[in-house]
Design a protein around this ligand. Structure first.
Ligand code: TYD
Ligand code: MG
Length: 474
């Protein structure tokens, strides 16, 4: 039986299926499977495999392999270098994904200007915007450099030819979803086109040693193939995230063959494009409401190797109607919030069943780490008691279902970051080994109840609380 040359690929997750179905069997998304043409192997391939073909590679002892073949090219921004793993590697293909309007083109134009400023040449292939639009944006970001060559083209062959001919220090394709290979059916943005183009850029980059950045839009509709379809092909995948209405943008490494895939770079979008933010904790705390107010808590989350001080806010609102209460979370996984609410009800006797609960993370950051659990729990609890958490407090710890406070990784780093930014007290999981930075009073807590007792001291000794209240009246 001849091998099928058509398979189906999900435009969301890149999973392959032999048959079409309404729902992707890999990621369960609906209506995302698209026909994917597999190029038939031509006669040239057979010859390469023939017995007489010269042996091209031989086994080499591991110890004889040179450590780093390619020197990296550093960009002006430390934040960008960090996410790339120390700079741009010649011959690498980097995918920069993100939602439309988040700032991908802006980020890459900055990178282009930084390479050009050092005398390098950059080829910027734009299929998204007209040359005038690209010029207008570039002029907002900095002086227009003759080192940046603009190519208004969407044909894959033409773009590859131009890159070969110019041999620039950096090539940028904005975006991969507008590039089409005339040898394939299917419009721009189809799975076949996107994958085939990326694979060709990959071969070209390796062949001539030019680093290529690809822009990839993330789409919810699945009408065009998203960057996930390409994740397996390219060397490095970076996602630019952030709330469009807010300043901060986070560039997150999701995959990196040349460095850690845990790192983030932080930027701020302003009038003249992006700026790097080398001390994000300071920016995030400045963004916070400031001072102790009810329902806010400061937590430390670790992003790659760097700790970030972030303020979480919550609002608990009693409802009179019989509608189910609303739980709305921005910047925190909603299921995590449900769990924390359940633990608060069961282990701290908080009455939350008849209240709407809203949670927000300052700066438009998305918290993915459970180390923020305890802080969030205390922030919600503070609402139910109508009292703020003490000023200068940072809360660190994961919350277990039994109400126990679990240890978190890299506590030392987190405490130092808190001390460096002038916080004075920290609640941490009991038994965790960590130094005590100067100026920071560290309180170990075993359980949610412990943490509540430490954060709201007079509430637990109810007699004392009443006496305190009486004293303040008289
Ligand atoms: P853009 O880089 O075009 O986004 P993408 O390529 O990811 O679609 O960024 C567009 C947004 O950035 C737009 O909403 C306007 C904003 N922006 C600024 O706020 N300041 C600037 O200097 C620039 C160039 C863009
Ligand atoms: Mg763009």
């Amino acid at each position: 039986m001849p091998k099928s040359t058509v398979t189906f690929m999900c435009s969301e997750c890149g999973g392959e299926s032999l048959r079409w179905a309404g729902q992707c069997p890999h990621c369960q998304a609906w209506n995302t499977l698209q026909e994917f043409q597999v190029r038939k192997s031509g006669p040239g391939r057979k010859q390469a495999g023939a017995a007489l073909a010269p042996i091209r590679s031989r086994p080499v002892p591991l110890s004889e392999i040179e450590s780093e073949a390619a020197p990296r090219r550093s960009l002006a921004w430390g934040e960008l270098n960090r996410v790339l793993g120390g700079g741009v590697v010649p011959g690498s293909v980097v995918l920069v994904g993100g939602e439309p309007g988040v700032g991908k083109s802006t980020l890459l134009m900055h990178a282009a200007q930084q390479v050009a400023a050092k005398g390098g040449r950059v080829l910027y292939a734009s299929g998204e915007e007209s040359p005038q639009q690209v010029r207008m944006r570039a002029a907002r970001l900095g002086p227009l450099s003759p080192g940046i060559l603009l190519l208004a083209e969407t044909d894959l062959d033409a773009i590859c030819e131009a890159i070969r001919a110019e041999a620039p220090q950096l090539a940028i394709i904005d975006s991969i979803q507008t590039v089409t290979d005339a040898g394939f059916e299917g419009g721009a943005g189809s799975v076949t086109q996107v994958r085939e183009s990326a694979a060709r850029f990959m071969r070209l980059a390796k062949d001539i040693g030019v680093p290529i950045f690809l822009v990839g839009h993330v789409t919810k509709e699945g009408a065009i193939a998203g960057p996930r379809v390409l994740e397996h092909i390219v060397d490095t995948v970076l996602y630019l995230e952030g709330d469009r209405r807010q300043e901060l943008r986070i560039l997150r490494a999701m995959k990196n063959r040349f460095g850690s895939a845990e790192e983030i770079g932080v930027f701020a979008m302003g009038e003249a494009g992006l700026q790097e933010v080398p001390d994000p904790s300071a920016a995030l705390l400045a963004d916070a409401a400031g001072g102790a107010s009810q329902g806010t808590a400061v937590v430390v989350v670790l992003e790659g190797t760097r700790p970030l001080l972030i303020e979480v806010q919550s609002l608990v609102n009693k409802i009179e109607t019989n509608y189910p209460p609303r739980r709305i979370a921005s910047g925190i996984d909603i299921n995590r919030l449900h769990m924390i609410i359940a633990v608060l009800e069961k282990r701290a006797s908080a009455q939350l069943g008849k209240s709407d609960i809203f949670v927000n993370v300052a700066g438009g950051i998305r918290i993915t780490e459970p180390a923020a659990d305890l802080g969030l729990a205390l922030s919600i609890y503070s609402n139910t008691r109508n009292r703020p958490l003490p000023g200068g407090l940072v809360v660190i710890g994961e919350l277990g279902l039994a109400g126990e406070v679990r240890r978190v990784g890299q506590l030392d780093r987190r405490l130092h970051e808190a001390a460096r930014h002038g916080l004075t007290r920290a609640l941490i999981p009991a038994g965790a080994k960590a130094g005590r930075p100067a100026g920071l009073e560290v309180i170990e807590v075993r359980s949610l109840a412990d943490a509540i007792a430490a954060a709201f001291p007079s509430l637990m000794k109810s007699g004392a609380f009443i006496r305190e209240a009486e004293a303040s009246v008289t």
